[in-house]
Write a protein that binds this ligand. Sequence first.
Ligand code: ADP
Length: 718
Amino acid sequence: MKSKYLQHIDSAELRRQAEEIAWVKALMSPESLEGQLPEETRQMLHELRVHQIELEMQNEELRRSQLEVDATRARYFDLYDLAPVGYCTISENGLILEANLTAATLLGVNRISLVKQSVTRLILKEDQDIYYRHLKQLFETGKPQACELRMMKQDGTPFWTLLEATVGKEVNGTSICRVVMSDINKLKTLEKNLIIEKEKAQEATKVKGEFLANMSHEIRTPMNGMIGMAGLLLDTELDNEQRYYVETMQESGEVLHVLINDILDFSKIEAGKLEIKMLDFNLHNVLDNFTTTLSIRAHDKGLNLICTVQPDVPDYIVGDPRRLQQVLTNLVGNAIKFTHQGEVAVNVTIESETDASVVLRFSVQDTGIGIPEDKIDHLFDKFYQVDSSTTRQYGGTGLGLAISKQLVEIMGGEIGVKSEEDKGSEFWFTLSVTRQQEHEITKLQSSVNRHVTHGVSANYVKILLAEDSIINQKVAQSMLKKLGFQVDIVSNGKEAIKALKMNPCDLVLMDVQMPEMDGLEATRLIRSPDSGVLDRSVPIIAMTAHVMTGDREYFIEAGMDDYISKPVSFESLEEMLGKWFKMQPEEKTKDSSPAGDTLKTAEPLVLDREILFKNTMGDKDLSRELITLLLQEIPKMIELLKESIDKGEVSDASFHVHKIKGSSANTGCMALSGVAARMEEVGKMGKLDEIAVIIPELERQFELLMSRLKDAKDYILD
Ligand code: ADP
């Protein structure tokens, strides 16, 4: 029954449904209804269909766009979450609105727990100020802000972060802050380590410097004893063999001394510790100083040392006189060393000039062995010598030019060389200096005058020697006595002051490093108004081996007047004291004359006491003996010379002039020796008549020598 009923329903329903489908189909294809529908309806149906198709297409497009948006969103979230930096958005009142995964990982929390949390709670208390300051500025100025501070992980571990923040707006118009957080903990640790390493390196350099300074002191003190004692030993009676040994010992000591100085200078330059001091000085004096020392060496080799300064070169300039002298001494020393005949010429000119400064050009030209072209490029390298046999033949370390180059460059100049093998070389360097102010010139002149006022005879001069080492005391005392000075000895600064309160003295030789009270402190006290010493302005000469921290100008700044380097040699002591006490009136005038176009040939002196004393080690008796002998011998030699000229014997004549040249040079009679040397030169060319022409000049020089010796009788021949 039931099925019958169902059948009935089904068929009716099915029929209805079939009709509906047919109707829809017909609707979907209006052509099929052709003729059944009115034209108007058919048209509408057609348009509806077109619309439907369009909608379907748009729908498809929207679906695709949605897919793309979904993919981009997914990508963005991947990037946002996995970015190597933390990212979060913060509300104006400092609450985190959202954060990426990296931010959560950095802070060691889960991301959800970050939301609505106050940022302040994540920042180390000590650094919260930094955060507030920058946040305030960010909202006030709208400008991006960045700061480094320490945040905390959930477990309280602090870590360094770099926060970079910009201001933005929410959809509802409220301001927000977008913050990028970078973990800079590693960088900070590295930075901290670097600072520690740098401090360690600086400390090591300091220790190295101090070590060098101490070593230099330790090496120089016994060297001082050795060289000084060898000098004194040479003064005693020795046979030839013994003299040879002692002389070798002394020479080796001096070589070692130079070597140590060079190495110390070089280490100082390499450690960037070499200081250039800008001081007011007189160029004229610097040139005088170094030509005086080197002219002896030049004379020993029969060379002329000429120093010319162009008239427009300023005398009173600002620069580092000590370093200038060091470079000049290196270059001229080399020129003398590598020249066998002819001359060494130093020339100072102006290369360029502005209102404020002058670029000076110093040139050192020689007629020596020259340098092969292919070696020139390496000349200024350290430890370089043109050929390995140089050291054996000429000595040296190969450091001189390297040091000179560094010094010139530190002083802002340039150095160079032109050379031709077997013809000679020209080493040159430039130096930018400034002219001194007018009042500074006056100051300098008055200090020069002060030196001059101390011109008295050595016999009446009392020197106070402050020196703690007994060996050094003995060496200096013997030398001073040999030079004819009276000496009082004390062994520290305190004793020096005590002595100066009780006994007047003309000059103090003050060791710098002494126990109880060092030389610098003692000097300061002596100069102070309430020192209580008899003469507060007594000249004080520093004696020091401490080259790392001290130099002439440094001691002068401390109130000392001059500086002498240890080990103190007889020559340097004589030269120094000569500067203070032995200036003869005519020498003074010569000194204070303007430089002009001076031709400072270290013009041979009629009697060069320095050379005489050098050769006799200051022994007055021996000096007297030698001079007396010379005065007897020279007339005989001149007679023999005249005879050989009469006989036309060039080689005999040359022999005699050679003898005259040698014996007069050995006794410091340099002018006479110079004339004889000229005669010898023309003799070598076989020009007998030219020798004869010079004889009257030779005789005149001899007469001049005799009269000069009479003047100097008190000093040498008393
Ligand atoms: P040192 O003279 O102590 O060996 P330097 O650095 O002063 O060291 O000189 C390096 C080398 O340059 C010398 O060994 C020498 O070969 C060469 N030299 C320097 N000056 C001259 C010069 N005026 N004439 C010839 N050669 C020179």
